[in-house]
Design a protein around this ligand. Structure first.
Ligand code: CMX
Length: 398
């Protein structure tokens, strides 16, 4: 905890935080500027994201429900607590309305993330308890069915949608609704790992920050989460996972010589090498390693998996030639698309919705903490950072 580092002289006197700020801190998207504390997760350069103190590699094989419990309760459940929590989610899972007519009315060529935000906002209009914890957990419990319906209505597969069996796991409720003619066991395994790996990522990532900011004005949990999903939909944020599989499909070969040529050409053209690099991590993201390990078990001969295996060998060496790239290693997005594609989820435009589904757990827990726990239960006040009129800035500089 960096408490001491950001009190006293660093924060300035009388709470005037501006005393220690210079122009170099302004107009940089608040990058690295401490604004709060986070009880659910943090990211380190060596081990990546930790949920409630556990490095992600220790959680990757756990069931998503248990990790949702961890983020909300700050400790892993005992076997009895795990069973009780599943029962609790089952009780909450009953949908408060029929999303069919809502999804039917949406433009088919609208992005799935726009559908997701509208779905969440609609759930909130039907059944908002105005209780941060209740609403956060109700939404977690209703996401699987909503995700399944989102796919079915977008794809015009609206006949014969199986009933929602709320006794199933989160992942199974989605795949049961989706009802694809694929290997269900593999599909469920990939999705379970995917959800766990993507549930939270510290307090300051854009979508989490936006959700907490909206909630700080006491908008509903659903409005805050819809805001988070809209933030996540951007190509510089959550949509990078869609771009990453599109990139892998463009590589089109697992031949190391050809892959190296492709990577060099991308860099020369000023395009990013997707799936590599990270703002905080300085080694390979353990979330990438976990997905590579899963892929070696499930689909070692899949063409896209072979491409990413080669990219993992070749790209860091090429990227490391550029000293300004702080981390040339694989990030979480390198493997997720290849795995989802292999298990039958072939359309990359949906991939960010899985990210959003997972993040609902972490963002909901963080919103709860900020609204109900922080400042001895008073909660964080409405967000109100200061923007300085440009003339004033120039006067300061003079
Ligand atoms: N391909 C090309 N250029 C890269 C690069 C990559 N994979 N990684 C870093 N760079 C460039 C940056 O764009 C930056 O260039 P400028 O100085 O011209 O702006 C420079 O190297 C230094 O970047 P950095 O300090 O190493 O990393 P940043 O914190 O600025 O950026 C990230 C991090 C993820 C945006 C960047 O590595 C990137 O664009 N990667 C490719 C896209 C990608 O995979 N995104 C998914 C991220 C997943 C995650 O965050 O977990």
């Amino acid at each position: 905890m960096t408490e001491l580092a950001y009190t006293g002289e660093t924060m300035g006197e009388e709470g005037n935080h501006l005393l220690d700020l210079t122009e170099s801190h302004l107009d940089i998207g608040m990058r690295g500027v401490p604004v709060g504390t986070c009880r659910t997760s943090f990211v380190t350069p060596g081990e990546g994201v930790h949920y409630c103190g556990y490095p992600i590699k220790e959680l990757a094989a756990m069931q998503p429900e248990d990790v949702v419990y961890l983020l909300h309760n700050k400790e892993l459940p005992t076997p009895e607590q795990s069973v009780a929590f599943r029962k609790d989610l089952e009780r909450r899972a009953v949908m408060p309305g029929d999303l069919g007519p809502v999804f039917s009315a949406l433009p088919r060529d609208g992005h799935p993330m726009d559908w997701l935000a509208i779905g969440i906002q609609t759930l909130g209009m039907w059944d908002c308890k105005n209780d941060w914890k209740e609403d956060a957990l109700n939404l977690v419990a209703r996401m699987p069915r909503m995700m399944g319906l989102l796919f079915r209505y977008r794809e015009n597969r609206v006949e014969g949608i199986p009933d929602d069996d709320t006794s199933l796991s989160m992942v199974e409720r989605f795949t049961n609704t989706l009802d694809l003619d694929v290997d269900q066991e593999k599909l469920n395994r990939v999705l379970a790992v995917y959800l766990v790996l993507h549930m939270d990522h510290g307090g300051g990532n854009l979508s989490t920050f936006v959700g907490k900011a909206v909630a700080s004005g006491h908008a509903t949990l659903y409005s805050a989460m819809a805001g988070s999903m809209n933030a996540l939909s951007g190509p510089l944020h959550g949509r990078a996972n869609q771009s990453c599989l599109e990139f892998v499909l463009r590589v089109g070969t697992s031949d190391p010589v050809k892959v190296e040529k492709f990577v060099r050409e991308e860099l020369e053209a000023g395009r990013p090498v997707f799936g590599f690099g990270h703002a905080v991590l300085r080694t390979e993201d353990p979330r990438a390693a976990a997905q590579f390990a899963l892929g070696e078990q499930l689909c070692p001969d899949d063409e896209n998996f072979k491409i990413i295996r080669t990219l993992r060998e070749v790209a860091p060496r090429v990227l490391a030639e550029n000293p300004k790239i702080s981390n040339p290693n694989a990030n979480v997005d390198i493997a997720s698309g290849a795995l989802l594609h292999h298990v039958g989820l072939k359309n990359p435009s949906y991939y960010t919705t899985f990210f959003g589904w997972a993040r609902v757990a972490g963002i909901g827990a963080q919103i709860y903490d900020e609204r109900v726990v922080m400042r001895n239960g008073k909660g964080v006040p409405i967000y109100r950072p200061k923007y300085i009129a440009r003339e004033q800035v120039l006067r300061h500089v003079e």
